[in-house]
Design a protein around this ligand. Structure first.
Ligand code: GDP
Ligand code: MG
Length: 185
C-alpha cells in the first residue's frame, strides 16, 4: 500500500476544515473553531489507485491552521509532504496576496512540483456563486485552479479532488519505482 501526505493550507476561515471534513467524509463541525496547529485525517479513496499496479493508497490529510502564529510548526508540517492544496475565497481580495505566500513557503521552497499543488477557490454559502474571471498573478496562474461550492455543486469538487489524488498517487508510485531501480542498478 502506498502512503501519501497532503496538506490543506491557506488563509484563516477560508473553508479548509469544512472542505477537509467533506472530502474525507468526516463529521460536520457547525460552529467555527479555528484549527490549532494541525488536525490529521486519515482516509482511503476507493476510486484512487496507482495507474500501473492497481495498488491502493492510504492518505493523510493534514488540515493546517491558517494563523501565521503557528509558523514555527511549518517545517514539521511540510516535511515529507507529497501534495499541497491551497484553499482561499475568491471574493476576499486580501486572500490573493496570502496565497502567494503559502505557495512560496509550502511549494516553491520545498521544491515540490507545481503539478502536486492545487488551488481551490472555495465559495461559502451566501458569498455568491460568482466565479468572475479570477485573474491570478504569476506564478499562481500556472497552477491548477478549481472551484468548490458545497451548496450548489458538491460533486464538482469531489471529482476534482479524486483527479488530484490520482495524480499524487502516480507521482508517489513513480518515485518509488525510481528508488527501486536505483538500488538494483
Ligand atoms: N455551511 C457552510 N459553511 C461554511 C462553508 N465553508 C465555510 N463555512 C463556514 O465558514 C467557517 C470557517 O470555515 P473553516 O473550514 O473552519 O475555515 P478554516 O479556518 O479555513 O479551517 C465555518 O465555521 C463555517 O461556518 C460551506 O461550504 N458551507
Ligand atoms: Mg481550520
Amino acid at each position: 500500500m502506498l502512503k501519501a501526505k497532503i496538506l490543506f493550507v491557506g488563509p484563516c476561515e477560508s473553508g479548509k476544515t469544512v472542505l477537509a471534513n467533506f472530502l474525507t467524509e468526516s463529521s460536520d463541525i457547525t460552529e467555527y473553531n479555528p484549527t490549532q496547529g494541525v488536525r490529521i485525517l486519515e482516509f482511503e479513496n476507493p476510486h484512487v489507485s496507482s495507474n500501473n499496479k492497481g495498488t491502493g493508497c492510504e492518505f493523510e490529510l493534514w488540515d493546517c491552521a491558517g494563523d501565521p502564529k503557528f509558523e514555527s510548526c511549518w517545517p514539521a508540517l511540510m516535511k515529507d509532504s507529497h501534495g499541497v492544496v491551497i484553499i482561499f475565497n475568491a471574493n476576499t481580495p486580501s486572500h490573493l496576496k496570502e496565497i502567494e505566500m503559502w505557495h512560496s513557503c509550502f511549494v516553491q521552497q520545498q521544491l515540490l512540483p507545481d503539478t502536486q499543488c492545487l488551488l481551490v477557490a472555495h465559495h461559502k454559502p451566501g458569498s455568491g456563486g460568482d466565479r468572475g474571471n479570477l485573474c491570478l498573478p504569476s506564478p499562481l496562474n500556472k497552477l491548477k485552479l478549481v472551484h468548490s461550492n458545497l451548496e450548489d455543486d458538491p460533486e464538482e469538487i469531489r471529482l476534482e479532488f479524486i483527479k488530484y489524488l490520482k495524480g499524487i498517487v502516480n507521482s508517489v508510485s513513480e518515485s518509488r519505482d525510481r528508488e527501486e531501480m536505483s538500488i538494483i542498478t
